[in-house]
Design a protein around this ligand. Sequence first.
Ligand code: UD1
Length: 340
Amino acid sequence: MTRPLILLTGATGYIGSHTWLALLASGFDVVGVDNFSNSSRETLNRLHRLSGQTPDFVEADVCSAAAMDAVIRGRRVAAAVHFAAFKAVGESASQPLAYYANNVGGLLTLCQAMQANDCKTLVFSSSATVYGNPQQLPIREDAPLSTTNPYGASKLISENMLRDVEQADAAWAIALLRYFNPVGAHESGLIGEDPRGTPNNLMPYITQVAVGQRARLQVFGNDYDTPDGTGVRDYIHVLDLADGHVQALRYLLGQRRGITANLGTGVGYSVLEMVRAFEQASGHPVPFEIVARRPGDIGACYADPSRAREMLGWTAQRGLAAMCADSWRWQSQNPHGMAP
Ligand code: UD1
């Protein structure tokens, strides 16, 4: 049987690289695209070691129509998984045009190249950020959508655009996957989250404190309406997230129908619970101080993951201890991230 070829954009990034391996292990071939704007070439060497095969990779920008057309035209691409996007909320507020250009413009360019080459199956990386400040927990996919920053707006605009594309042409089958908070790393410790500069997200900040690169974690507020007052999130192991993409592709290619689904565990943990779980898993202390709330943060956010279970046959398998142990293995084996 031939292995369907999947185009991954943002393929050397955190979620892209883990999904690449999951697809290869699940009977798909992969062609990866990235411009290394927030990832390292070294990822390709690591993927080679882990998969035992030379990665089929094209260095290109998703905003380049000619490059996207060339990648798809030259191959029999069965579907695309579009990870390539900027994701820093604070930066999006100071550089909104860059976010709309890359996140919305890149998606538009990709979809036009796909359409021109009659490739109409797409998995899109969306985010729980499209739920804004949720009124009800756990969050179902039919909850009201809203955004509070240009990053979130770029995801919601992208979702709306893709819904229009599907409406206009039933040949398209599109999955909108709303990720909660991805953490963890491949069990090998060879690939993981590799942020440039000061991490914006909790887990990479914790691991950098534990490895001794930063003095202490700042906990953004302990006066939320949550059991210990600190923010509660639905952390999901990146390997479970990668499996969610495999299942979404199987669904799209089999059913020829779109789906919007949360990818989360359904369980929320507070910042302090994360710190304690990480200390246990790593055996390293994580000093912290309580500081003011981060502007734009919400108190609690966790998924109702039942739609993904019912329609994709997917549930997260890995618990908090594995998330912390795997994040730590990656960070301790690569104290400065991917070597250049
Ligand atoms: C953030 C973004 C979200 C984006 C997601 C993925 C904001 C407001 N939201 O989600 O739109 O989709 O990242 O990149 O930026 N925390 C600390 N100290 C830290 C870092 C975080 O206490 O140094 C706390 C936060 O207040 C929050 C929790 O840890 O309660 C998780 O934060 P983070 O990892 O940034 O994720 P989100 O805010 O959920």
